[in-house]
Design a protein around this ligand. Structure first.
Ligand SMILES: [Zn+2]
Length: 374
């Protein structure tokens, strides 16, 4: 009799414990957001080498696109960003510039593809400036998604910083409808800021001198992050066209102009970066600095990812959000770089079939280029 009583009491305790857990889950829903990154595409829309005239499975946005679409099917809450160096680097890029000069470019072929892929936002890389500001402006006008950059300013000829004018929109706050772990919808405010390594102003000085100047990345972030927070950003994502460490050519101006330095700015939740064509996280990377975690994909505890180049990897940051008062805050993260091919017995095999939509969009341009190369 006594045993039965104990058993019954225990059963009740377990039962009420589960009800409690259930209730607290309902009161504390979580949101999982997958943030996806492409970077340094260098006009590789297709897995095609215009020099050897051969198809390849090793790069090309037509391969990466399938991974993006897969993630969108798998997860209800996703974001897609590009981190720059998209429009310069191969015959497609040269052809686009020539067609602009001859006045028959409507939308830049790279942005034709990216428009269809529904990017949430993008930033510019140093190579975006290679063909000059007029071509850049004309190209960007064909993109259906917004561009952000916070540290390129108009050269205004005075030393007073208070009247400086941004060349691009420095940041934006996206109101995203996300679904929580209980299936309920919430509006999450995603702040997105863009930054570029100041080396762009040195490498393309003919387009910068007297027209544009690039400010320190870290100081710019320290200026804008609190502004974005004040405007209600729940999470802050930085699109940084800069390497983990600063460019050698910056000499004495290296401080603050690296992703590593950016990771020390308070309030940033995720850094998507590019420029140096490397991978992060990457356990076999010898370039590991203090505070870098290649298992989780964090730098000084900030989620970070770098997706290689030419679309050979899709960068992904999975952020877990929970409610803190009225705001959504990050309580866990995991970064991954997903390759588009694997090598088995020295053969390169694509992981997913290519997305035929990409070729469909730029088929005419592609054939014109093949003629132009001839
Ligand atoms: Zn670059």
């Amino acid at each position: 009799m006594e045993k039965e009583k104990i058993f019954f009491t225990m059963l009740m305790a377990i039962f009420s414990f589960f009800i409690m857990v259930e209730r607290s889950n309902a009161q504390n829903p979580t949101i999982m957001v997958r943030i996806m990154e492409t970077t340094d595409l260098h006009a590789r829309m297709l897995g095609y080498d215009y020099e050897t005239k051969k198809k390849t499975v090793e790069y090309g946005l037509e391969w990466t696109s399938s991974h993006i679409k897969n993630s969108r099917l798998e997860f209800p809450n996703t974001l897609l960003f590009d981190v720059g160096d998209a429009i310069v680097g191969n015959a497609l890029a040269k052809y686009s510039f020539l067609s602009y000069l001859f006045n028959w470019m409507d939308v830049h072929p790279v942005y034709k593809v990216m428009n269809e892929m529904k990017y949430d936002a993008a930033t510019v890389g140093n190579h975006e400036f290679n063909y000059g500001l007029d071509f850049l402006t004309a190209s960007l006008s064909g993109a259906d998604f917004p561009f952000v950059n916070a540290n390129i300013y108009l050269e205004d000829g005075n030393y007073y910083a208070g009247d400086d004018i941004n060349f691009f929109n420095p940041y934006l706050i996206l109101n995203k409808q996300f679904v929580d772990s209980e299936g309920r919808k919430h509006t999450v405010k995603v702040g997105v800021m863009g930054l570029i390594t100041p080396i762009a102003a040195i490498w393309d000085r003919e387009y910068f001198n007297g027209k544009l100047k690039i400010k320190n990345m870290r100081q710019t972030a320290e200026h804008f992050v609190p502004i974005m927070k004040n405007q209600g950003a729940d999470i802050i994502v930085v699109l940084a066209h800069a390497g983990l460490t600063a460019d050698e050519g910056l000499k004495k101006k290296k401080w603050g102009n690296s992703v590593y330095s950016l990771s020390q700015v308070k309030g940033i939740d995720a850094i998507l970066y590019g420029h140096s064509h490397s991978l992060f996280p990457n356990k076999s990377d010898p370039q590991t600095l203090y505070g870098m975690n290649h298992s989780k994909g964090t730098i000084n505890e900030v989620a970070a990812v770098q997706a290689g180049y030419w679309g050979n990897h899709l960068g992904m940051i999975d952020l877990q959000l929970k409610k803190a008062g009225e705001d959504w805050v990050v309580f866990n993260c995991q970064s991954t770089v997903q390759p588009i091919f694997r090598t088995v017995k020295q053969r390169k095999i694509p992981i997913l079939p290519k997305d035929p939509l990409v070729m469909k969009i730029i088929k005419n341009d592609h054939h014109r280029i093949l003629n132009y190369i001839k």
